[in-house]
Write a new protein. Sequence first.
Length: 212
Amino acid sequence: MTSDRNLKKQKTKKSKVYLLPPLILSYLSMKFLIIVGTSRDGRKTIHPARAIDGELRNRGHETTFYDLKEKDIPPLGNRTYRENEEPVPEDIQELSREVKDSDCIVIATPEYNHSIPGVLKNAMDYLYPEYDDKPFASVTVSGGGFGGVRALNHLHDIILEFGGWPGPNLAVSRVSQKFSDQGELQDEEFAEYIENFVEKVEGHTEKFSKIN
């Protein structure tokens, strides 16, 4: 026969509540380098790039917006990693510093003829050791329905060659339907895609920052 004392103990054990620590809902502030990989007049890629820049800032992160249209980068000549070559252009020196200082590199690029634009490949090729073990994320843009996936394939291989870590990709198809000419987001549903993409980028960056 169970005594009143033992019964009281059993009830106490059953009703015991364990408090779990609160979930961490956001990441610590990180630094992101956003490279806009096209210099063409009338380009649409600038719009999703700015939207992602804004979302990262809203989450408390630091961003650098490196727009190739605003840079003076000649065809590939001297490189940052060759000591016996003359100094590289100032805008490439800036790119080298920003890559080194960043926690993650986000590349926004359209698809040109099944690949990335030549200006983007040219700028990236000035550097090499700076990319080692860097997390990357990609935003590929097209006017049609494929979202620049063929450009993504090439960009993925380039990142691997540099020793970087390819990460999340946001494929932006029919970009003119999603953003106005002024860059305003016209597709409310796509705003969720941007938020989800940025969350994945945060996780990817956090993962490899721990490895490094």
